[in-house]
Design a protein around this ligand. Structure first.
Ligand SMILES: Nc1nc2c(c(=O)[nH]1)N[C@H]1C(S)=C(S)[C@@H](COP(=O)(O)O)O[C@H]1N2
Ligand SMILES: [Mo]
Length: 173
């Protein structure tokens, strides 16, 4: 093989190795960020795709936690009533001073990529959409511990629990 060809081949291989290394690094970095967000139980609030707040359990519970009952209907169990503790989503938005003028939908995104869209009329209803963090007196466990937390959206007036978004990470207005 000509020396020139060998140099070209080696350069291409080196370039590929660098690309893979950078991608692996970026990927593990975002995985680490997601893990940290779960461990510290943060929720990111965005408006028009821009981050406007990052709230933790202490802040959320200080807004005024309420307990309520709702019917949980999972793929493995029959519907059963549970007691939850959480905060109505609208109260969180109000306390952050976020205007919902002109907002039509609220998008909730989870750790596993699951996404649920609520109409603003549902969110405005204090007795419907909650950010919950306790079930039957126990903190919701996170995904790696086999739970549905640390936060789960409870859409109390929605009989279809597919809209009960588990592992909530981000709320986008
Ligand atoms: N983050 C997240 N939330 C989710 C889901 C999911 O896959 N990921 N599944 C939905 C569906 S289809 C149902 S029926 C309920 C209960 O799901 P489970 O039976 O897997 O607990 O959670 C809903 N919320
Ligand atoms: Mo489901």
């Amino acid at each position: 093989m000509k020396k020139k060809n060998l140099i070209i081949i080696l350069s291409v291989v080196a370039a590929l190795i660098i690309v893979v290394a950078v991608m692996t690094f970026l990927n593990s970095d975002s995985a680490r960020q997601r893990k940290e967000q779960q461990d510290k139980a943060y929720i990111l609030i965005k408006k028009d795709g821009e981050e406007i707040a990052n709230i933790d359990m202490k802040y959320i519970s200080s807004i005024g936690e309420v307990d309520f009952h709702a019917n949980l209907d999972t793929s493995e169990t029959d519907p059963e009533e549970h007691q939850y503790i959480g905060v109505p989503l609208i109260k969180i938005l109000n306390s952050l001073g976020i205007s919902i003028d002109g907002v039509e939908t609220v998008i909730v995104r989870a750790l596993d990529g699951y996404t649920v869209i609520f109409d603003i009329s549902e969110v405005k209803d204090e007795e419907n959409i909650y950010i919950a963090y306790k079930i039957d007196g126990q903190y919701l466990k996170n995904k790696s511990q086999g739970g549905s937390g640390p936060y789960q959206i409870i859409a109390r007036k929605d009989p279809y629990s597919q809209r009960w978004c588990k592992f909530v990470m981000e709320i986008d207005l």
